[in-house]
Design a protein around this ligand. Structure first.
Ligand code: ADP
Ligand code: MG
Length: 323
């Protein structure tokens, strides 16, 4: 059983950033309005995720760590139709199989909070404890029992960088949630949760980019598009300044990359890549989602429609601005 858990965990949990992604998604699914993530040593020795969400009822704490014990959706087909980010019900079991996990959680209805400790998949402690409403996960010493996997990790700084990327995506796609990110006792990111993507972009990417934003908005029967693109003269040498979200999930898409290139083709760029932050809502039937535990590949039934919509609406936005 243990081996099975470890193999399964290997697919979902590759590095500290995967732990953070899963725990933050759970916090979002729990309707949190504030999420704090703290890591030490790039998350290798410590990851703490605190939310003010609904909490886990005492009688469901242990089952939450069993494989496929999800309280959320049942099939991959549902994936793009439901609003929850979690769907496999294997994150907690996978994380607890390869780390020392300590959980403190309390629901609004619960008389007290619950503390649960599970190390390498083995229960260490389960007791009542005073706690505020919400949930805190402490994940210590990732891969302490699977040294072979630990070898694939990069330096603490590189791992912290991956975690920061996850936090950036989470903040941009959930502007209504306040996120705080602390890495080795340094405040790295704070978003107010006021719903304004522009404020988040300013905070993360700085003034030059924030001052060169052009809003984009478009809608067809199947797709709605909104977000910001950067003026061509404020462009960058790599794709770190592009993010795309489909139905609330961060994705990468060759089709979208091509559409952006096409839209900017006739403008004079200082560098190859513009700043882009776009959110697409697409009718789920039009998405073909191939889910591997660690990544998500999306194909569009209406690829041409999406391509044309992106190119046209971005070009229009660019032409309307005095560049
Ligand atoms: P999934 O998210 O796919 O359902 P997980 O293994 O990530 O599976 O989580 C298992 C279950 O634990 C969730 O379905 C949810 O009921 C509960 N849970 C996990 N994290 C939280 C949290 N931060 N707040 C409230 N409930 C949580
Ligand atoms: Mg989950």
């Amino acid at each position: 059983q243990k081996t099975i858990d470890n193999i399964a965990a290997g697919e979902v949990i590759e590095r500290p950033a995967s732990v953070v992604k899963e725990l933050v998604e759970n916090a979002i699914d729990a309707s949190a309005s504030a999420v704090t993530v703290e890591i030490k040593d790039g998350g290798m020795t410590l990851i703490r995720v605190t939310d003010n969400g609904c909490g886990i009822p005492k009688d469901q704490v242990k089952t939450a760590f069993l494989r496929h014990a999800t309280s959320k959706i049942q099939s991959v087909e549902d994936l793009m139709t439901v609003s929850s980010l979690g769907f496999r019900g294997e994150a907690l079991s996978s994380i607890s199989a390869v780390a020392q996990v300590e959980l403190v959680t309390k629901t609004a209805e619960g008389f007290s909070g619950v503390s649960y400790k599970i190390y390498g998949g083995q229960e260490e402690d389960f007791c009542d404890i005073g706690a505020p409403d919400g949930t805190t996960f402490l994940v210590k010493n990732l891969f302490y029992n699977t040294p072979a996997r630990r070898k694939f990790l990069k330096s603490p700084a590189a791992e912290a960088g991956y975690v920061e990327q996850i936090m950036v995506h989470m903040a941009l796609s959930h502007p209504e949630i306040s996120f705080k990110f602390i890495s080795s006792n340094k405040n790295k990111m704070y978003t107010a949760g006021n719903g304004k993507v522009k404020d988040i972009i300013y905070h993360i990417y700085g003034r030059e980019i924030a001052r060169a934003l052009i809003p984009v908005e478009a809608e067809t029967e199947n797709v709605s598009l909104r977000g910001f693109v950067g003026k061509p003269h404020v462009s960058r040498g790599n794709r770190n300044y592009e993010s795309y979200f489909i139905n609330g999930r961060y994705i990468k898409s060759a089709l979208i990359y091509r559409a952006i290139e096409e839209a900017y083709k006739t403008f004079t760029m200082t560098h190859k890549y513009p700043f882009v932050c776009l959110e697409l809502s697409i009718r789920p039937e039009l998405l073909d989602v191939n889910v591997h535990p660690t990544k998500m590949e999306i194909r569009f039934e209406n690829g041409n429609e999406i391509f044309d919509l992106l190119v046209e609406s971005i070009r229009k936005a660019l032409l309307q601005q005095d560049l």
